[in-house]
Design a protein around this ligand. Structure first.
Ligand code: FMN
Length: 276
């Protein structure tokens, strides 16, 4: 079984699939995974579904097409979910869906977070989105094609998807100061983020492994950056667990409103990690 650190390094946004359907084994593993429970630091209620993507123009399917404006090619299925709106809803959705994405990656399947380039209405219909629920993002699931499509290559180049900000840009302390926690931070750095914006900023308390996670720039509750924060929290948590480092995210309401003094000016404080 591949470790989570390797899986995080192996994951990438795949926009070109080979069209093959999922095998029965893959499908049942995914259905089992989606049955929950979902890990969610803010305690939001969530549900996820595996949706078949009937090929364009298949007559009689009676279902709205799960469109992505031509960005995703050949994906047999999509994963989409609903979360009850409220403080921390998007962070929780980011956390839960990234955990699923990493398990799919370890199974050899490809994915691509989509918060913008998909037809929301068709997905919301298929999920039967209820009042008070939101659908923050979806991902295709399938087997990667051998060659990426032109649009895939163009989007990757445009977003600079293969690049990540340096440790010093994201974290206000040296790697040596992180001690055994350094791989957790490196896993945050390697994470996916919308338009590869990498908005995570982390400060550490001097002398103890307490980490404060913030988001650079404006990050209102409805912002896609909140998903990026959840993804970062997921990577940190899973790597800490793999390394046997106990701890948890504290997510008090007050902390979310505060500007943490250790975080860079303008960064919005999302949550803090305390060792157990
Ligand atoms: C929350 C979130 C939303 C995203 N939305 C889109 C999207 O709408 N369309 C798209 O093509 N890629 C989308 N991406 C993929 C990012 O562009 C990609 O993660 C980033 O460029 C880094 O590339 P990588 O995932 O291959 O490491 C999204 C990623 C995240 C985390």
């Amino acid at each position: 079984m591949t470790g989570v650190i390797e899986t995080i390094a192996a994951r990438y946004s795949c926009r070109t699939y080979d069209g093959r359907p999922l095998s029965d084994d893959e499908r049942s593993a995914i259905e089992e995974l989606l049955a929950g429970p979902y890990a969610a630091p803010f305690g939001s209620r969530m549900r996820f579904s595996l949706l078949d993507a009937p090929a364009a123009g298949v007559p009689g399917s009676g279902q709205a097409r799960l469109g992505t404006y031509g960005i995703i090619r050949g994906a047999p299925c999509f994963l989409a979910g609903a979360v009850r709106d409220g403080p921390g809803a998007r962070e929780d959705y980011g956390f839960a869906l990234e955990r699923i994405v990493l398990i799919l990656t370890a199974m050899g399947l490809a994915t691509c977070w989509l918060a913008g380039t998909y037809r929301r209405g068709a997905f919301a219909d298929r999920l039967a989105l209820a009042d008070g629920e939101i659908l923050p993002a979806v991902t295709p699931v399938g087997h990667p094609a051998v060659r990426p499509s032109l649009i895939d290559v163009v989007i990757r180049a445009g977003a600079g998807s293969s690049r990540r900000r340096s440790w010093a840009e994201l974290f206000s302390f040296k790697e040596e100061e992180a001690g055994p926690w350094a791989p957790c931070l490196e896993a945050v750095r390697l994470g996916p983020s919308a338009t590869n914006g990498q908005p995570w900023r982390i400060a550490k308390e001097p002398g103890r492994p307490v980490f404060h996670l913030g988001l650079a720039g404006p990050a209102p509750e409805r912002s896609t950056r909140r998903l990026d924060a959840g993804i970062a929290m997921c990577h940190f948590t899973l790597v800490a667990a793999e390394l046997g480092l106990a701890g948890a995210w504290a997510t008090p309401d007050a902390a979310r409103k505060a500007r943490h003094p250790l975080l860079p000016p303008g960064a919005v404080h999302v949550a803090s990690w305390f060792p157990a």
